[in-house]
Design a protein around this ligand. Structure first.
Ligand code: ATP
Length: 284
């Protein structure tokens, strides 16, 4: 049996960490949305043996147990004592180590897909809680769309759909290691964004207010190391984006536009400065 699951990229409209837990894990307070740049994950179950195989068309990805899609299959197979194997083929469209949650989204796609193929009957909340064992972004990716994310990443509250918006993604050449940025957090030095204000703006479908209150507490940490992040943000604004911000731990920055024509202009302009630029929309 087989199916293909779509695994969309995410951006962080708001990202804050108010404190860390005693075990060192961050408490998150984030507003996330999925966009229509997606990997496609083909999942085929095998009855003859219990092997898990992962293949992808990307030269940048491990195909063994380091792949988050592999970890998702292994987690369900062992937890529910499934006697079948699985072949996973990933068509990778989301840039790797970019702050767009590609690996987590692939893992979430495997959780959703195998829940169906192996008829495990798990709710999304149960899948999200399991997904937390893989990465803090996996629970959100199980749900996707627009959501408020708290806890260590497992408390997901779906939000109403965003007002009409276009997003220009610009990925500088560097790859960012998430742990290396998280290690730099000094809680007494953080400038916390107004996540409550952002939640209100999303609820009120007020894109102007959304643009005014968006913020990513980790942006100064990554931008300090990679000045191209600030430069790309400035270019996005110069070409006409209503707001520009880094996603996740970076390095991808995005410009938010309330008008399609403006977004097209930003996209065209950015292509002169950055090799990897995408014009996408939040998923409805
Ligand atoms: P994070 O969720 O940690 O912020 P990210 O969005 O910045 O991640 P990813 O593309 O998910 O970046 O990659 C993060 C790391 O995960 C990379 O080192 C990559 O090699 C590894 N990885 C494992 N499996 C995958 C996968 N299926 N797709 C992408 N990266 C993967």
């Amino acid at each position: 049996m087989q199916l293909i699951e779509k695994a969309p990229a995410k951006i962080n409209l708001g990202l804050d960490t108010p404190y860390h837990h005693q075990d060192g894990a961050e408490e998150w307070n984030m507003v996330m949305t999925s966009v229509d740049l997606a990997d496609y994950v083909e999942i085929q179950t095998l009855t003859k043996h219990k092997r898990i195989r992962v293949a992808s068309d990307s030269g940048f990805l491990p195909n063994d147990q380091r792949n988050l899609a592999y970890q998702a299959a292994h987690l369900l197979q062992t937890k529910f004592n499934v006697g079948e194997g699985v072949n996973i083929r990933i068509k990778k469209n989301i840039p790797v180590a970019a702050g767009l949650g590609g690996g987590s989204s692939d893992a979430a796609a495997v959780l959703r897909g195998l829940n169906q193929l192996w008829q495990l009957g798990l709710t999304w909340q149960e899948l999200a809680e399991l997904g937390l064992q893989i990465d803090s972004d996996v629970p959100y990716c199980v749900y996707g769309r627009t959501a408020h994310v708290r806890g260590r990443g497992e408390r997901i509250t779906p939000l109403s759909k965003l007002p009409a918006a276009w997003v220009v993604l610009a990925k500088p050449k560097v790859s960012v290691s998430t742990p290396s940025i998280l290690q730099q957090i000094r809680y007494d030095e953080l400038a916390h964004p107004d996540i409550d204000g952002l939640l209100r703006a999303v609820r009120d479908q007020d894109i102007e207010e959304m643009c005014a209150v968006m913020g990513n507490v980790l942006e100064p940490l990554t931008a300090h190391r990679y000045p191209e992040i600030t430069q790309l943000k400035q270019q996005l604004m110069r070409f006409g984006a209503d707001a520009a911000q880094m996603s996740g731990t970076g390095p991808t920055v995005f410009g938010l536009c309330s008008k399609q024509s403006r977004a097209q202009r930003v996209f065209n302009g950015m292509k002169g400065f950055c090799r990897e630029v995408y014009l996408v929309r939040p998923l409805p």
